[in-house]
Unconditional design. Sequence first.
Length: 195
Amino acid sequence: MGDLQTALDALGRGDIIVITGDRLRGGDIDFCTPASMITPDKINFMARYGRGLICLTMTSERAVSLGIALMNPTAHNQTGRPFGNSIEATDGITTGISAADRARTVEMAVKPGATAGDLVSPGHVFPLIARTEGTSVRMSAVEGSIELCRLAGVGDAAVICSIMRDDGEMARLNDIEEMIDEHGLTVANIGDITT
C-alpha cells in the first residue's frame, strides 16, 4: 500500500490517497487529495467510492481571509468538529452540488489572493478549519491532510471524504483492500508525520 514518502509522491502528482490514524474518530478512514489540484473527476470519485461528506480542510489563517467562521465557536453543545460555514463559488457554477460545481468552489477558495468576495454561503462545500499547531495537538484527518499536502509541496489545503462500506457503515482498511488495489491507491498514516 505504500509508506509516507510514497503517499507524498502521490499527493505531489495530485492523486487521491487514503489517510488513516485519525485518533478522534475511532478508526475512520478518508480519501485525501490536494485542494490546489482538485478536478471534477476527483470529486466524483470521492462521492462514488467514499460516500461520506466531502470537505475542504484549510488553515485558520485562510478561513479568516475568506471570512469563514466556525459554525459553533462556543463550547456549548460542541461536537469538537471544526466545521466552518458552508461555501459556494460566487460565479461559474449552476446548482452548486455537481462535481464540477464543487470543484469550482474549491478552486476559488484556494486560489492565490482569494477573498471573501469569491464565495457565498451557505453552499455545498464544507470547510473544516485546522488548529494552528497541527497534528501535534490534534491528530485528525483535518490537520493531517494539511500537513501531508505541505510536505508534498502542493499547498496548505486538502479535499477529504470519509469512506463508507457498501452497507453504510464506516469502512476500515481491510474493507477497501480490493478498491485500493483496483485504483492503485496509496495509504498514509498521519501518525507517521513528524511535526
